[in-house]
Unconditional design. Structure first.
Length: 357
């Protein structure tokens, strides 16, 4: 079997690719919207056929890439029938199987983090993909999306811990860089759910976590309830994206990370759309950047070469995102927003002209 573990650093989400090495049929578990290009490149390079995208639950911290992958590969979308989502090709229940080539995943309902959580167990019991039901030395929260601490406790005890000791656990997230665990380890060492911990203790612990809601929850949950189908149907298809490692946000903006720009600034035009006092202010500006304020952009398009890629910059990435829309509307196809703007650029201590320390 072919197996790859992929990572989204913004939401600390793991995406898993599994493929039957004989038939080349594959499934992708918990794809992330912004990484569809990365995942598609891997699928094409490995020469596998994506049959299914599977969700462990309706996520609150990122938008799924399922809909875009379906559009690109014709793959089918599956998630829990208790998720409340619309637009899936198959709604899964406990005990069903998802086949890919000669291999399969058993569906195990593990509600508690949300009412529609699923874990996927590989046919030889060597791997289980637990979503947020069971994390490495932790578990998902239970204070929103129909969460229920007692249901989660019983899900883990009844549906995951009976698996063989050697069965490897692959969660949907890890915030410390850990990649996997095992059933035996979590039974022994999980500080919330180890076999020595009673249900009452677990419920009391989960009730008093006091966590803030995920920042993207108001965007991610509605989007994931429609399987990640974008509001804007063009998905950036008209854009020329081969000139840099771009990512496409759910808001419909192509973005570029600061590290790439720092190493390749000579290959692009950097357009800063802040006001003049900001350009020369505390954050400084990127060497070689051209100041064209957002308000004057439409009247100064002649200053920007259509044939050379354009990276647009502002303080945080909000105004420059709007500038990319203006430029694309004017026929510029090689355009990207600098993710995080000058705040992220300075936060990563990349070089600037002017500014203060």
């Amino acid at each position: 079997m072919i197996f790859r573990q992929l990572f989204d650093p913004q939401s600390s989400t793991y995406t898993y690719l599994l493929a039957d090495s004989a038939t080349r049929e594959a499934v992708l578990i918990d794809p992330v919207f912004e990484h569809v290009r990365r995942d598609a490149a891997l699928i094409e390079e490995l020469g596998v056929k994506l049959a299914w995208t599977l969700e462990t639950h309706v996520h609150a911290d990122h938008v799924t890439g399922a809909s875009l992958l379906k559009r690109r590969f014709g793959s089918m979308i599956a998630l829990s029938r208790d998720s409340g989502a619309a637009g899936a090709d198959r709604l899964l229940g406990d005990g069903e199987r998802v086949n890919f080539g000669r291999r399969s995943l058993e569906v195990r309902a593990t509600p508690g983090h949300t009412s529609g959580c699923l874990s996927y167990v590989l046919d030889d019991l060597s791997m289980v993909f637990t979503g947020d039901a069971l994390l490495i030395r932790g578990c998902g929260r239970t204070d929103f999306q129909q969460g229920d601490a007692r249901r989660l406790y019983r899900s883990v005890r009844d549906r995951i811990f009976p698996l063989p000791d050697h069965c490897l656990i692959y969660p949907a997230h890890d915030y410390r860089g850990l990649t996997s665990s095992s059933v035996a380890e979590e039974r022994m060492y999980n500080p919330r759910l180890a076999e020595s911990i009673g249900e009452g203790d677990f419920v009391g612990y989960m009730t008093h976590l006091g966590l803030a809601h995920p920042k993207l929850m108001d965007v991610a949950v509605p989007a994931n309830l429609r399987c990640g189908k974008p509001d804007k149907e063009d998905s950036g298809k008209a854009a020329d994206t081969d000139w840099a490692p771009l990512s496409y946000t759910f808001a419909g903006i192509w973005e570029l990370q600061p590290e790439w720009l720092a190493e390749n600034a000579g290959r692009v035009q950097v357009v800063d759309v802040r006001e003049a006092e900001e350009f020369d202010g505390a954050l400084g500006h990127i060497q070689g950047a051209r100041l064209i304020t957002l308000g004057s952009l439409k009247n100064n398009l002649s200053e920007i070469n259509k044939e050379k890629p354009v990276v647009v910059v502002c303080r945080s990435g909000a105004r420059s995102a709007q500038a990319t829309v203006i430029l694309r509307g004017a026929g510029y196809t090689k355009v990207a927003n600098l993710a995080g703007g000058m705040l992220r650029w300075r936060g990563q201590r990349l070089p600037v002209e002017g500014g203060t320390d």
